[in-house]
Ligand binder design. Structure first.
Ligand SMILES: *Cc1c(COP(=O)(O)O)cnc(C)c1O
Length: 387
């Protein structure tokens, strides 16, 4: 593969061309999808191509990984069958008895998994408000804490955590820092540049961006012994991404920069307009100066504050569910980071133990015209209020 980055081209340029890879045989600008699950041995019994079998490795997957590694400024990247399997590969590379410190505000399924299965495997997690550095420091158990797991901005309150400060605390206690950077995307934040050791993405969201692939990604600052364990987990249990999904992910990532810019601009405009709305009690968006994490976000995120925001409604839970029921353009669905805008009453999803208030609607802003998105939700809020 001809490398583009030694020419000094920007990430935006490199991702638009998927690193500029050209198929050697046909000169096609879109490389073929490698579907083979098995490969011919050389006549002296070697596997010089480096490929043996489809569970440990795949060329199309490698091409997706090279793009993720470039975007994150990482030593290496791995793509897996989902965001959850990417996270699981990290947690399952710990040892029984290891202690984890994790953000209280985080993707709900991840929190549930840590509370149930991970606990059953001997991994104990302390949940903290990771935007409170004193709380993070107090939760660390030097020698026993092996991993600090944060999400920033974090679902569904868009809590911002200072990656650099938490990395210093984690490293001081002998722990690694992993960041779920799904909402930030590598176009806005590159956690490894702020001292994180591992970055995780639900590539189902912005990286793919079209709500048609379930995938996960990991990127590492160093190819060390821990990264080797993470890779061994994926190889052994077969949580590699399928080649067709890897191809779609590559195609999605080519427009990542454009999509993220449009989502950021739309979210910023909607946050400002709903902040002044009569039926909205507060808007949770790191781009608003009123957001408690705004100053850190302004330092840590470049080019925008992301496409995710939440509204808290004056009419409480009934108003939130009622408004979500009345939208037309917004799609009432879970997930985020696609080209289409989604709205969700999050408390209905997250269940007990969630810090999500019942009056909250989570918005994933797509690439539609923000005027249309505002008008549609404004009408739904008014109608819900009348009933
Ligand atoms: C969706 C999501 C995940 C889980 O990813 P899957 O691809 O659904 O397994 C993890 N973290 C965040 C922030 C997410 O939004």
């Amino acid at each position: 593969m001809r490398s583009m980055d030694d020419k000094g081209w920007s990430r935006r340029t490199q991702v638009a061309q998927a690193l500029g890879r050209i198929d050697a045989e046909t000169r096609a600008v879109v490389p073929p999808i490698h579907l083979a699950t098995t490969f011919i041995r050389d006549d002296d019994n070697q596997y010089r191509s480096g490929f043996v079998y489809g569970r440990p490795d795949n060329q199309t997957v490698r091409e997706a990984e090279a793009i993720v590694a470039m975007l994150e400024g990482a030593a290496a990247a791995m793509v897996l069958s989902s965001g959850m399997s990417a996270a699981a590969a990290v947690f399952m590379s710990l040892s029984p008895g290891d202690h984890v410190v994790a953000s209280k505000v985080m993707y709900w399924a991840q929190r549930n998994w840590l509370l149930t299965d991970a606990k059953a495997w001997g991994i104990e997690t302390t949940f903290v408000d990771s935007d409170d550095l004193a709380a993070v420091e107090a939760a660390l158990n030097p020698g026993r804490t092996k991993l600090v797991w944060i999400e920033t901005p974090a679902n569904p309150l868009w809590t911002v955590t200072d990656i650099e400060a938490v990395a210093k605390l984690a490293h001081g206690a002998g722990a690694r820092l992993a960041v779920d950077s799904t909402a930030a995307t590598p176009m806005l934040t590159r956690p490894l540049e702020h001292g994180a050791d591992i970055v995780m993405h639900s590539a189902t969201k912005y990286l793919n961006g079209h709500s048609d692939v379930v995938a996960g990604a990991l990127a590492t600052a160093r190819e060390d012994e821990f990264w080797e364990r993470v890779g061994r987990f994926r190889r052994s249990v077969g949580t590699i991404l399928g080649p067709f999904e890897a191809f779609l992910l590559i195609r999605g990532m080519r427009t990542l920069d454009l999509r993220v810019k449009a989502a950021c601009a739309g979210a910023m405009e909607l946050a400002s307009r709903f902040d002044a709305h009569g039926f909205v009690s507060s808007v949770l968006y790191p781009g608003l100066p009123s957001h408690p994490g705004h100053a850190i976000a302004a330092r840590q995120m470049t080019g925008g504050f992301g496409g995710m925001l939440s509204l808290r409604l004056k009419g409480g839970e009934a108003a939130a569910i009622g408004a979500a029921a009345r939208v037309g353009l917004w799609k009432r669905a879970t997930s985020l980071g696609g080209v289409e805008s989604l709205i969700e009453h999050r408390a209905s999803v997250e269940g007990a133990g969630s810090p999500c208030p019942p009056d909250l609607l989570r918005l994933s802003v797509g690439i539609e015209d923000p005027d249309d998105l505002f008008a549609d939700l404004d009408a739904a809020l008014r109608e819900a209020h009348r009933n």
